[in-house]
Design a protein around this ligand. Structure first.
Ligand SMILES: *[C@@H]1O[C@H](CO)[C@@H](O)[C@H](O)[C@H]1NC(C)=O
Ligand SMILES: *[C@@H]1O[C@H](CO)[C@@H](O)[C@H](O)[C@H]1NC(C)=O
Ligand SMILES: *[C@@H]1O[C@H](CO)[C@@H](O)[C@H](O)[C@H]1NC(C)=O
Ligand SMILES: *[C@@H]1O[C@H](CO)[C@@H](O)[C@H](O)[C@H]1NC(C)=O
Length: 512
C-alpha cells in the first residue's frame, strides 16, 4: 500500500469510530429519558393531603441563605412582621423543581445569596413544595397546578395585606418550578411583574395549551433560558418550544460546554448511572447558574441575539442589535414585549463568568480554478488593543466553494478590546474524507501541485456583536498572498464605509 492509501484507511477507521461515539451519545440520551421517566411506570403512592397546605414560604436571610428560619403564613399578617418583610422592596419567589431526594438542591442557596448580593433590601422567599415535588415525575408534574394556585392565593393575600405593587414581584422557577410559577401567575388576581423560567420542564408540558404550562400570559414579562432541550423520542428534559416573551437558547439550548454528556460515558464504568444523572443535571441546571452569573457579574453581562435558527446563529448571521434584536442574558434583560415570541441565541464559556465575545467573519474565497466541496481547516488569530486570541478554529457549516462569500461565527472568551489585526490560515484537511476528495488529492499529487489550493482571500469583513463595531480587513502585504501560509490582515485604508452603504460590490484587489 502506498502512503496515501494507508492514511486514507486510517481516516476511514477514525471516522467510523467518531460516528460510533455520536450514536452512543444518542443512545445515552435515550436511556436518560428512560431513567427520567422510569419511576412513573411504578405504582402511584398517592398521599392524600388535599386539605394540607402544599407550599411553604420561607423568607431567607442574606446572612443565612441556606436556612429556613422564618415562614410567612398566609392569613397571618404578624408573620410578615416577624420575618421582617420589607414591603417597599422587590420580592422574589424562588420555586424549585422535581426532586428525588426531597431536599433543596445546592443551587437554591446560591441563587438566594446572589439575589441578595444584587438587591440588598429584597425579600427573597423560597417556596417549599418539596413534599409534592418528591413524587414520580408525572405525579409531581400534575401537582404543579395546585401548587401554583396556592402560590397565587399567597400572592393575592400579600398584595392585599401589604399593598406591594405586583410590578415588584418576580417569580423565578426552575424546571417544573417554572410551570408552577406560570400557574401562580395565571391564577393570581392581578398580573405579577415578571416570571423567569429556568429551563422549564419538557415532559408533559411540551406542545400543551398555554393554559397548561408557562406562557407569556402569566406575567407582564416572561423570560426563559433553555439549556437542555435535547429532543429524543419526542421528549426533551427542558421544554423546546418558546414559552415566554423572550426565550434565550444558550449554545443552541441543547448541550452546554463543560457538562460533557459524552464524558459521562467514561465515568459510567466507575459511577454507574449517577454519572448520567450528573451530566443531565449539569445541562439542565446550567440555566440557574447563567442567571446567578447575571446577578453577580453585572459588568460582564452576556448578550443574546435574535435569530431564526441555531444554524443561522452558528454562521454568525445574527449579531445585529438594531431594533432590539439583541438583549442581555439573565437578570438585566430588557423587557421587550413583541406580539410574537422572540427567540434568541448566545454562546457561553464552560464556567462563570459565562460571557463570550461574538464575531461574524464574512470571507470571500476566490480562485481561478473552479473548486467546490472543500473542507479546509481554517484558523484565525485576533489581535486587539487589550489582548489577543490566537489559533481559533472557524467552524465550517458548509463546504467552501470558489468565488463565494461565506459567513462564520467566531467566539473568544477574552475581551481583546478593539480589533486591530488578524491572521488567517487555511489548511487542507483529510477529515472530510470522501472519494471525490481522495481523487482530487491523487490527481493533484500527479500534477505536482498538491499543496497549492490557488484559493485567495483579499478581505475579511467583521462585525463584533458585543460592540456592534464593523471593520473591514485587507491583506497586509498583497504580494505574499498565499493561503498555504498564515496571512496577516490589517484594517483597510479608507474603508470606513458601513455595510449597508457599500457601493462597489466587487472588491478590486489592485487598490491595496
Ligand atoms: C379538611 O377539609 C374539610 C372540608 O373542606 C374540613 O371539614 C376538615 O375539617 C378539614 N380537615 C383538616 C384536618 O383541616
Ligand atoms: C426597605 O426597602 C427600602 C427600599 O428598598 C429601603 O430603603 C429600606 O431601608 C428597607 N427597610 C429596611 C428595614 O431594611
Ligand atoms: C464552476 O462550477 C459551477 C458549479 O459547479 C458552475 O455553475 C460554474 O459555471 C463553474 N464556473 C466556471 C468558470 O467554470
Ligand atoms: C472568480 O472570480 C474571479 C474574479 O472575478 C475570476 O477571475 C475567476 O475566473 C473566477 N473563478 C471562477 C472559477 O469562476
Amino acid at each position: 500500500m502506498k502512503g496515501w492509501q494507508i492514511r486514507c484507511l486510517f481516516f476511514l477507521v477514525l471516522y467510523t469510530a467518531v460516528e460510533n461515539v455520536t450514536s452512543l451519545e444518542e443512545e445515552l440520551a435515550d436511556s436518560i429519558f428512560g431513567n427520567f421517566l422510569d419511576p412513573l411506570k411504578d405504582l402511584f403512592d398517592q398521599k392524600d393531603d388535599s386539605n394540607e397546605s402544599i407550599a411553604k414560604f420561607s423568607l431567607r436571610k442574606p446572612s443565612q441563605p441556606d436556612d429556613d428560619l422564618c415562614y410567612i403564613i398566609p392569613g397571618k399578617p404578624e408573620s410578615l412582621a416577624s420575618c421582617t418583610f420589607n414591603s417597599t422592596s422587590k420580592t422574589f419567589l424562588v420555586i424549585h423543581g422535581w426532586t428525588i431526594s426531597g431536599m433543596f438542591e445546592s443551587w437554591v442557596a446560591k441563587l438566594v445569596s446572589a439575589l441578595y448580593e444584587r438587591e440588598r433590601t429584597a425579600n427573597v422567599i423560597v417556596v417549599d413544595w418539596l413534599s409534592s415535588a418528591q413524587n414520580h415525575y408525572v405525579v409531581a408534574a400534575q401537582k404543579t397546578k395546585a401548587v401554583g394556585q396556592e402560590i397565587a392565593r399567597f400572592i393575592d393575600w400579600i398584595e392585599e395585606t401589604t399593598n406591594i405593587p405586583l410590578e415588584n414581584l418576580h417569580l423565578i422557577g426552575y424546571s417544573l418550578g417554572a410551570h408552577v410559577a406560570g400557574f401562580a401567575g395565571s391564577h393570581a388576581t392581578n398580573k405579577v411583574g415578571r416570571i423567569t423560567g429556568l429551563d422549564p420542564a419538557g415532559p408533559d408540558f411540551e406542545g400543551e395549551h398555554a393554559h397548561r404550562r408557562l406562557s407569556p400570559d402569566d406575567a407582564h414579562f416572561v423570560d426563559v433560558l433553555h439549556t437542555f432541550t435535547r429532543g429524543s423520542l419526542g421528549l426533551s428534559i427542558g421544554i423546546q418550544q418558546p414559552v415566554g416573551h423572550v426565550d434565550i437558547y444558550p449554545n443552541g439550548g441543547s448541550f452546554q460546554p463543560g457538562c460533557n454528556l459524552r464524558g459521562a460515558l467514561e465515568k459510567i464504568a466507575n459511577l454507574g448511572i449517577f454519572a448520567i444523572t450528573d451530566a443531565v443535571k449539569c445541562e439542565h441546571e446550567r440555566s440557574v447558574h447563567l442567571f446567578i452569573d447575571s446577578l453577580l457579574n453585572e459588568q460582564e453581562a452576556a448578550k443574546a441575539y435574535r435569530c431564526g435558527s441555531t444554524d443561522m446563529f452558528d454562521r454568525g448571521m445574527c449579531l445585529s442589535c438594531r431594533k432590539s434584536r439583541c438583549n442581555t442574558v439573565g437578570y438585566d434583560i430588557s423587557k421587550v414585549r413583541k406580539a410574537r415570541n422572540v427567540q434568541m441565541y448566545t454562546k457561553t464559556r464552560a464556567s462563570m463568568p459565562f460571557r463570550v465575545y461574538h464575531y461574524q467573519l464574512k470571507i470571500h474565497f476566490s480562485s481561478k480554478v473552479n473548486r467546490s466541496e472543500m473542507e479546509p481547516s481554517l484558523t484565525v488569530s485576533l489581535y486587539g488593543t487589550k489582548d489577543e486570541a490566537e489559533n481559533l478554529e472557524l467552524k465550517l457549516k458548509e463546504k467552501i466553494s470558489t468565488n463565494k462569500t461565506h459567513s462564520f461565527l467566531l467566539v473568544t472568551e477574552k475581551d481583546i478590546g478593539d480589533l486591530m489585526m488578524l491572521k488567517f490560515k487555511w489548511e487542507e484537511t483529510t477529515s472530510g474524507w470522501s472519494a471525490s476528495n481522495m481523487l482530487r488529492m491523487v490527481s493533484s499529487w500527479w500534477s505536482g501541485d498538491s499543496d497549492d489550493t490557488g484559493m485567495e482571500v483579499h478581505k475579511i469583513r467583521i462585525r463584533v456583536g458585543e460592540t456592534q463595531q464593523k471593520v473591514v480587513f485587507c491583506v497586509k502585504d498583497p504580494q505574499t498572498q498565499s493561503l498555504a501560509q498564515e496571512v496577516t490582515f490589517v484594517k483597510c485604508k479608507g474603508e470606513w464605509r458601513t455595510n449597508s452603504k457599500r457601493t462597489p460590490k466587487r472588491i478590486t484587489l489592485e487598490n491595496h
